[in-house]
Design a protein. Structure first.
Length: 562
């Protein structure tokens, strides 16, 4: 806003100007700020540091719903379950965009405004800082004796010599120095420019970190895969159990590599009070960077991922997969292999299903078989039912109940491989009408009622789940964070301070030397520097008050004789 604008708004018009203002209103001239003034005010408000901090706080608050509500892009199954459990709340959250927070218009608006605000803050300050570095330190004030730190004395010396000596002493202390010979003569010195440089570095690095987050959100990819012992994974879209690409990422951006899970080992504490606590999880992998390329063996542990062509393979969890053989009513193998069971507690009490959709009954008619139940690494039966008392396979057992009928796998609808849709199936029952269930040890066999088939518990394998993540902005985010820390340290611990030395001639061969300093932060360091500089100058140019004149005492005259 111009000065005239302040005057027109704040100052009452003079009596002689009343007619002029009335005529201005009648002529239709703009009143108040006007469009240009409002735009200028909006831009200054948007690019202020206060607005940038408010927008940064709003961005943090806007990200909170993304951690409370399952996101459809990354957690589709959890989001669908949340909608089913909250049928009244889900429509409102959907309208607000809480199921896809990071792609919502309001989140993008806050993010974009923060970008503009930071850019508007940083660019002018950088230009101002460059102009400050190219300019000379400010000249000495007229009254140095009014500054908190000052010292003065009178000495016998040449004015120019004292000024050059003071400038040299200040340069040794890494001050930027400017010598003014005109007038009484003074030396202006300043240092601590690293404080503002650190401040600018912090904000520029924050800007870079926001850019890195945006690039990672647009072009990064994240996926999960459960791999059984002995199985392999290839970094293609069809191999993922769950895949979440960035907004602008595609399957073509996936780097070609593969790995095979050779084995998995876990150790647990066996003594109280830490009994059952995991000591180590180690996955032994054999990986290659491209088809037909050389393969290498490596170990992947928690927080020690495998990095291949910019992608990182993290170990997320593990569990057990009972190896079973399912035979139908005709005695033929309907399904055979390991079935992954998902852990439900710290002792790895696991739930899972086994599906044999192509099984046939004794008459040769298709009648699918399905099994659901628990795998218990260390079985224990108490009042609470079947459960595991230890995560290692000390005494494993497989507790199953069986169904027959249509598993719904040919309906064309997607189906969770870890759940059994028994809506079109019939549960096997005993002669007394109770549900048919059986606990199996390795090597045991479950025979279904009515000669419908059997299931054999052949053994146990382990599985490990991995997260494969690729973020092209990881290095940028890392260096931005490091630069933010350095900039913050510089802005907190470096102090801006100024020192002046003035030499005023008093008599023909005498000058008055004044040393003063100013520190806006109010620390004692400037007072120490002023005292040290004054002491060195006083040693070279002593204070005349402390110099004792060497005067000879004359002998008394002889008295005349009367």
């Amino acid at each position: 806003m111009a000065t005239s604008d302040f005057r027109s708004l704040a100052d009452p018009p003079a009596q002689g100007d009343a007619s002029a203002s009335d005529s201005a209103r009648q002529d239709g001239e703009p009143k108040g700020l006007g469009p240009v003034g409002w735009l200028r005010w909006f831009w200054r408000s948007l690019t202020s540091m206060r607005t940038a901090l408010i927008l940064l706080l709003l961005l943090a608050l806007a990200a909170v719903p993304g951690s409370l509500v399952p996101q459809e892009g990354r957690q589709p199954a959890q989001a669908a379950d949340f909608r089913e459990r909250n049928p009244n709340l889900a429509p409102l959250l959907d309208k607000l965009g809480f199921f896809d927070v990071y792609s919502s218009p309001w989140f993008a608006a806050v993010y974009l405004l923060l970008f503009i605000s930071l850019a508007g803050c940083i660019v002018p300050r950088i230009l101002q800082y460059v102009r400050t570095l190219r300019s000379h330190p400010p000249a000495a004030p007229k009254r140095l004796d009014r500054l908190p730190q000052h010292c003065s004395w009178t000495a016998s010396a040449d004015r120019g010599e004292v000024l050059l000596t003071g400038a040299d002493l200040l340069r040794r202390r890494r001050f930027r120095v400017a010598v003014h010979m005109e007038g009484n003569g003074s030396v202006a010195a300043e240092k601590g420019y690293l404080r503002e440089a650190g401040n600018l570095l912090f904000h520029a690095s924050l800007f870079g970190l926001l850019i890195a987050l945006a690039v990672g959100s647009l072009f990064g990819t994240t996926g999960q895969k459960l791999v059984l012992e002995g199985d392999s994974f290839t970094n293609t879209l069809t191999q993922y159990d769950d895949f979440s690409p960035g907004t602008l990422a595609s399957a073509d951006s996936l780097k070609p590599f593969s790995f095979r899970l050779k084995g998995f080992s876990a150790t647990y504490q066996r003594s109280d009070p830490q009994r059952g606590t995991a000591s180590s999880f180690v996955a032994r992998l054999n990986y290659s960077t491209s088809d037909g390329g050389p393969s290498r063996d490596t170990l992947v542990e928690v927080n020690k991922p495998l990095e291949v062509d910019g992608s990182k393979v993290f170990l997320l969890g593990h569990g057990y997969a009972p190896v079973v053989t399912v035979r139908d009513g005709k005695g033929e193998i309907a399904w055979q292999g390991p079935a992954a069971f998902l852990p439900q507690d710290g002792n790895l009490t696991s739930t899972g299903v086994i599906k044999a959709p192509d099984a046939r009954n004794r008459n040769g008619k298709r009648d699918g078989l399905g099994f659901t139940g628990l795998f218990l690494p260390t079985v224990q039966l108490d009042l609470n039912g079947w459960r595991s008392s230890f995560p290692a396979t000390d005494d494993p057992a497989l507790v199953l109940t069986a169904f027959h009928g249509d598993l719904g796998m040919d309906s064309g609808k997607p189906q969770n491989v870890y759940q059994l849709d028994s809506s079109r199936m019939t549960q096997f029952r005993k002669a007394d009408g109770s549900p048919f269930a059986q606990a199996l040890r390795p090597g045991d066999r479950m025979t279904l009622p009515g000669g419908a088939g059997s299931l054999t518990f052949d053994g146990i394998k382990q599985w490990a789940s991995f997260q494969i993540a690729r973020n092209p902005s990881n290095s940028m985010a890392l260096w931005s964070s490091v630069a933010m820390g350095l900039g913050l340290c510089a802005s907190l611990f470096v102090r801006r301070r100024r020192v002046w030395v003035r030499v005023e001639p008093t008599l023909s061969d005498r000058v008055r030397i004044t040393v003063a300093g100013l520190d806006p932060s109010g620390t004692d360091r400037t007072a120490e520097e002023v005292a040290e500089l004054a002491e060195e100058l006083r040693e070279r140019y002593p204070d005349l008050k402390n110099v004792k004149a060497d005067v000879e005492t004359p002998e008394p005259l002889p008295q005349e004789q009367t």
